[in-house]
Write a protein that binds this ligand. Structure first.
Ligand SMILES: Cc1ncc(C[n+]2csc(CCOP(=O)(O)OP(=O)(O)O)c2C)c(N)n1
Ligand SMILES: [Mg+2]
Length: 324
């Protein structure tokens, strides 16, 4: 078992707990009609993946996100008040309220965007990595995608090109066992997605995606390889999606027992136990929880109070060279 400083463990805990409380609050706000649109895909249950992956990255590394992307941005350092405002369509949001849940982007943080097109990021990530290579930086791109997305043509195109051109990409498949309502047994013939890496002659490994330290360590191995110019790798993180596919999903294709079973692998509860086993004081975790609760409340209040975009600004940010 590798040793971690206590403050590193608490930082990982804070990130996971922030994602959880952010998402639970968004869920409540969506149910209360405070968030325009109905396509809110929450990350509850998958917190350890984004947290472990982003903890292995530098500030100037890139991430390419998905439709289920709030956790990715929070883990990359996103401000939850600006994210909350974005979800509410407010001018103060990361994309001035024009992007919403599925298009949150912050180039300053190296986030190249959430994306409503399943598998789109698999084609974007090699581009970002090629740019780093041509510019002679050692920046790495982490590309998040789901088990469903791993059946898209872009999976083959992205991995093939990244492997052929030896690009610094870490492909992170978040295998939550479902593509919307379709269980993996009905959409995939392989039992291991990581094994597909052999088709590109790159490393592939399957890890427990509900164990944040396992995710961190696997990503560190992949990042190290990418940063020193040895090319891409594929990490398959098995995990669980606790909510429906999106917030208005009846989720009636899973039995109550199956949904209940998801929570048994809670990445946060498991990490709390690991922290205490590693000598962390339970009261330090309690303090983190209290601070996060206060921060999430503040973010919600900020988002609710800040102004709506003005109708006369409707057409801004549509044409290049216009009002940016
Ligand atoms: C190209 C494309 N096809 C279909 C959809 C509809 N759709 C949205 S999410 C989703 C399932 C994605 O499953 P997965 O990649 O496993 O991600 P998860 O939702 O499980 O996080 C589908 C089919 C879409 N948005 N884009
Ligand atoms: Mg899935």
């Amino acid at each position: 078992m590798r040793d971690y400083p206590q403050d590193k463990l608490l930082e990982l805990y804070r990130t996971m707990y922030t994602i959880r409380r952010f998402e639970e609050t968004v869920s409540e706000m969506a149910a209360g009609g405070l968030i325009p649109g109905f396509m809110i895909h929450l990350y509850v249950g998958q917190e350890a993946v984004a947290t472990g992956v982003c903890a292995a990255l530098r500030q100037d590394d890139f991430i390419v996100s998905t439709h289920r992307g709030h956790g990715h941005l929070i883990a990359k350092g996103g401000r939850i008040d600006l994210m909350m405002a974005e979800l509410m369509g407010k001018e103060a949001g990361y994309c001035r309220g024009r992007g919403g849940s599925m298009h949150i982007t912050s180039f300053e943080l190296g986030s190249l965007g959430a994306n409503g097109i399943v598998g789109a990021g698999l084609a974007i990530a090699p581009g970002a990595a090629l740019s780093a290579k041509l510019r002679g930086t050692d920046q790495v791109t982490a590309c998040f995608f789901g088990d469903g997305a791993s059946n898209q043509g872009t999976f083959h195109e992205g991995l093939n090109l990244a492997a052929t051109w030896c690009l610094p990409v870490v492909f992170v498949c978040e295998n939550n066992g479902y593509g919307f309502s379709t269980p993996r047994s009905c959409h995939q013939s392989v039992s291991s997605i990581a094994e597909r890496a052999s088709a590109y002659d790159i490393p592939g490994e399957t890890i427990d995606g509900d164990d944040v330290l396992a995710v961190l360590e696997a990503t560190e191995r992949s990042v190290e390889r990418a940063r020193k110019g040895d090319g891409p790798s594929l990490v398959e993180a098995t995990t669980h999606r606790w909510h429906g596919h999106f917030e208005d999903d009846d989720d009636d294709y899973r039995s109550e027992e199956e949904k209940e079973a998801c929570t048994e692998s809670c990445p946060i509860c498991r990490f709390e136990e690991a922290c205490v086993e590693r000598g962390n004081d339970a009261s330090a975790l309690e303090r983190v929880r209290e601070e996060v609760e206060a921060e999430v409340e503040k973010a919600r209040a900020f988002a609710e109070e800040c102004p709506e975009p003005k109708p006369e600004d409707d057409a801004s940010m549509i044409f290049a060279g216009g009002d940016a």
